[in-house]
Design a protein around this ligand. Structure first.
Ligand SMILES: [Mg+2]
Length: 293
């Protein structure tokens, strides 16, 4: 089986492993299942996850980690090969994933500083500023979670989009859960750029199908053949439905039993698991020759 495994809320919660889940995945991998980690987090480079997952005993290789940053890079090369120059509002991991596939990355922070200097000079000498030129004439603007966000970055991104650059969001998660609270997620930044530019982006991360399609393509499969294992109804389960894949909802993260019970039948996952033992049992049922259901 092909397993699309979400990370936060499934394999770990913040810094803590979810007990037993890594071992269940290791057992499935030993029996021939393909495990691909699929996370909406856009901040990290894929290799950054390897040591942490290995330490938990999870089966992992850098190539089997598809963040929304990597999925955005793969989507651009596979589906939008004419978009070669990209202005990036996001974390270093996003810039690195884009550069890895041969995209020319333009840093929004540097361009924002340049725009501020040019604007100040123009005020003094009366010259005009070609703002799209200052933005680096990008083919596209990619926006992900940027913890060093500034007004200048929002400005340069919206300048480029208003001048015709395509607008692509890594994901639209409104918040980023942390140990202490909910912090603004990529979606909070994306909606600012959307408001400022008047353009709605395409989004790559869950619940959009693109991230699962790119993850499946990496292993030579179709996304509909996969099983999504995740803790989010609006992200993981919705993405599974978008590509026609099956899903296992884990109650180890953001979704409560009460939220699940409130769902209409049409919104339910194929399986629900409260813990690692429940996940193992759910995968055994899904692996059984019940595909004729
Ligand atoms: Mg999650």
């Amino acid at each position: 089986m092909l397993l699309f495994v979400d990370l936060d809320g499934v394999v770990y919660r913040g810094r803590e492993p979810v007990p037993g889940v890594a071992a269940v995945l290791a057992d499935r991998a030993a029996r021939g299942d393909i495990v691909v980690y699929v996370t909406n987090n856009s901040m990290h480079y894929r290799a950054d996850y390897v040591a942490r997952l290995e330490a938990m005993g999870a089966p992992v290789a850098a190539d089997r980690i598809v963040s929304s940053a990597r999925a955005t890079a793969l989507h651009l090369v596979n589906r939008e090969p004419t978009l070669r120059r990209v202005l990036v509002v996001g974390a270093p991991g996003l810039r690195r994933e884009l550069a890895d596939v041969g995209i020319e990355v333009i840093d929004a922070g540097e361009r924002a500083d340049l725009l501020a200097r040019r604007t100040a000079e123009a005020r003094v000498d009366g010259s005009t500023v070609d703002e799209f030129e200052v933005a680096g004439r990008p083919d596209a603007v990619v926006v992900g979670l940027d913890q060093d966000l500034t007004y200048g970055k929002l400005a340069i991104a919206s300048v480029a989009i208003r001048a015709g650059a395509r607008f692509i969001a890594t994901n639209r998660d409104p918040v980023l859960p942390t140990e202490r609270s909910f912090r603004p997620g990529a979606g909070s930044i994306v909606i600012s750029v959307e408001t400022a530019s008047g353009v709605t982006p395409i989004s790559i991360g869950k619940p959009a199908p693109e991230i699962l399609e790119e993850a499946a393509r990496l292993v030579g499969a179709r996304a509909s053949e996969g099983i999504v294992i995740g803790d989010g109804l609006d992200t993981d389960v919705a993405a599974a439905r978008a590509v026609g894949a099956r899903s296992v909802l884990m109650l180890t993260g953001v979704t409560s039993r009460a939220q699940l019970d409130a769902l209409p039948a049409s919104g339910r996952p194929d399986e629900v698991a409260a813990d690692a033992a429940g996940l193992a049992a759910a995968l055994d049922r899904l692996a059984a020759p019940a595909r004729e259901q």
